[in-house]
Write a new protein. Structure first.
Length: 94
């Protein structure tokens, strides 16, 4: 059981929020960390881990390691369950 999410990252934000917005097939994340030496990616994985309650080791960036647009694999949660949690979050947009 795994989920692939498209995530658009906004580094150097005033606060860290996941999800900060939800669109049709993409989730937005705001990160305090700069995109320097993997700091933003590390923070993103930590936020996703906390949100979905899965270990950080179950989360992999499968594309976009140096881009704002990323594809993330999360092992241990079904796509339906992941989207249900995202849509119930208070940071809903659209």
């Amino acid at each position: 059981m795994e989920t692939i999410l498209k995530i658009y990252v906004k580094p150097r934000s005033s606060r860290s929020v996941f999800p900060s917005a939800i669109f049709d097939d993409e989730v937005e994340a705001m990160l305090k960390s700069p995109p320097d030496k993997g700091k933003a990616n590390k923070e993103l994985i930590e936020l996703i881990s906390n949100f979905f309650r899965v270990p950080k080791s179950n989360i992999t960036i499968i594309s976009g390691i140096t881009s704002r647009e990323k594809k993330i694999r999360i092992i241990g949660i079904s796509p339906d369950n992941a989207w249900n949690r995202l849509k119930k979050s208070e940071f809903k947009n659209q």
